[in-house]
Design a protein around this ligand. Structure first.
Ligand code: KIV
Length: 257
């Protein structure tokens, strides 16, 4: 059965929410059997396009990848990141969220920020757009990428922002690189689920970038557990193919017409 927003909310305090990113149909079709939420993250800017930051990702790129992902999803809730500069005010956000949803048939959009986007999130939810929030490390706007929650002022802000997003009607919040005791506090204080990435097991669910999980994206960061070394397997396969072509061992008769 296709998951709905309410199914995700109901998981709070009952069972953990499993979430991963996907940028294409084939990957999404694998994840769909195991995930509650599949996110088309604007992390694709750095993972696939080698952009210096997610700020360079366009609406068109998000829509194109999301169309592909859509074809691989039957059950999971599909969420699409709204790229930087596509939700600078309420009207712009609604226009672009509608464009994403009508083109990709996704279930919800994700926006980064707290107080700054409170009115925008409220406007979207009032207009029946389901919104996932994103607090902690904010790749679209942060100048340096450090975990959040060391300073008291930072802790108070994240907690307040989470409460604001909830009151604006967000159905869940991603907490990225948030200190363990703070993610615990936020998760306890709000009634909507928190989805952590580098935010400890105190969150109601977890999300990882799929390319990181399988070891395809060659990065080493503390919060990523590599469940596979796919680069090693791919390297072996390609090396074998190259060897066989050079020795005229591929294609054989059975591969030919
Ligand atoms: O862009 C993305 O992939 C994300 C996740 C890391 C949460 O926002």
């Amino acid at each position: 059965m296709k998951k709905k927003i309410l199914d995700i909310i109901k998981k709070k305090n009952k069972s953990k929410i499993v979430s991963l990113t996907a940028y294409s149909k084939n990957v999404a079709s694998i994840l769909d059997n195991f995930c509650d939420i599949i996110l088309v993250g604007d992390s694709l800017g750095s993972v696939l396009y080698n952009y210096k930051s997610t700020r360079e990702v366009s609406l068109k790129t998000m829509i194109d990848h999301s169309k592909s992902v859509r074809m691989g999803i039957k059950k999971s809730l599909m969420v699409v990141d709204m790229p930087h500069n596509t939700y600078r005010n309420s009207k712009e956000a609604l226009k672009n969220a509608k464009k994403i949803i009508s083109n990709t048939k996704c279930d919800a959009v994700k926006l980064e920020g707290g107080k700054k986007i409170y009115k925008i999130v409220k406007y979207l939810t009032k207009n029946n757009i389901a919104v996932m929030g994103h607090l902690g490390l904010l790749p679209q706007t942060d100048k340096t990428f450090k975990f959040k929650g060391k300073k008291i002022s930072e802790r108070n802000k994240i907690l307040k922002d989470a409460e604001l997003l909830q009151s604006a009607g967000a159905f869940s919040i991603v907490l990225e690189c948030v200190e363990t005791s703070l993610s615990k506090l936020v998760t306890k204080k709000i009634n909507i689920p928190t989805i952590g990435i580098g935010a400890s097991n105190n969150c109601d669910g977890q999300i990882l970038v799929f390319d990181d999980l399988i070891g395809l994206n060659p990065i080493n960061v503390r919060f990523v557990k590599k469940y596979l070394n796919i680069r090693k397997e791919m390297t072996k396969a390609v090396a074998n193919y190259a060897k066989e072509v050079r020795k005229n061992k591929f294609p054989l008769k059975k591969h030919s017409y």
